[in-house]
Write a protein that binds this ligand. Sequence first.
Ligand SMILES: Nc1ncnc2c1ncn2[C@@H]1O[C@H](COP(=O)(O)OP(=O)(O)OP(=O)(O)O)[C@@H](O)[C@H]1O
Ligand SMILES: [Mg+2]
Length: 282
Amino acid sequence: MQRIDFRSRTRSSDGSTENADGGAPSDAARSEDFSVGVPMAQVVPRTLEVSPTVVMLDQPRSVPAEKFRRLKTRLLNDYKDTLQLLVVTSPAPREGKSLVALNLALAFSTDPGQTLLIDADLRRPTVQKRMSPAPGLGLSEVLKREAKLDHAIFRLKNAPLRVLPAGNPVQDPVELLSSDTAKSLFATLRESFERIVVDTPPIVPFTDADVLGGYSDGILLVARAGSTPRSAFTQAVSLVTSTRILGVVLNDVTFTFADYGSHYDYYNSYYQEKHEGEESGK
Ligand SMILES: Nc1ncnc2c1ncn2[C@@H]1O[C@H](COP(=O)(O)OP(=O)(O)OP(=O)(O)O)[C@@H](O)[C@H]1O
Ligand SMILES: [Mg+2]
């Protein structure tokens, strides 16, 4: 089976990786695609954390955290005012949907109360397992009218992000997510939040993400480097029928030591310059 190959897809002709991973501004990286017309939105490296879930909080100055900030900037530049609610999905399980959704939401959340992360994976909820102080109430209870929205949303202590966890898993998520209650819930959320990021189950086995796409301004597709088969990626693209595809995030890319070295040099020099400028009062 053919696999998405980070190295062959993103190295430029001179062998450098700078353009491909967004390290330098270039149209070459933007026009990169997987032969199915999906623009590359960002490359996210493998994080070196023991628990990589919240790299934006745990390691805000790391290369992966910087990639999430760049992803945010790229999306805002490309889609400007037309991007309030976006859905994150991928072809298969365990490709990094939740990691990307959570860290992208954290990148968006600069003003308190303006950004909401929704764990709409009612099959295998992740966010509440990793972040919620009191698992229990969530999206599924709100959709079943067993809980009020205000009671289900919680705020993070260490970031200006609000979270609507999934709640208890349900038998038939698609029925709940397609209901009139869901439609009006998403309309209400649009009135309350500037930016909404929605984490979902994989799109090849389940239609949840495409249903949620119908309430959104676009779907961000995640592929896991060296793992997501190209055929599955192509299938995922064809299964997005409800909205546009914003781009692909190639996740869990492993750099060679030399690649990492050049990246860290770049960041070190940036911070040194800034530090020196600050000290001299510039
Ligand atoms: N860039 C990365 N660096 C290191 N670990 C990663 C990276 N991306 C994902 N992982 C790890 O891979 C596992 C799967 O990630 P995640 O839960 O985000 O995937 P998912 O697509 O949401 O999975 P599911 O389909 O089960 O919801 C997690 O343990 C996560 O920490
Ligand atoms: Mg997940």
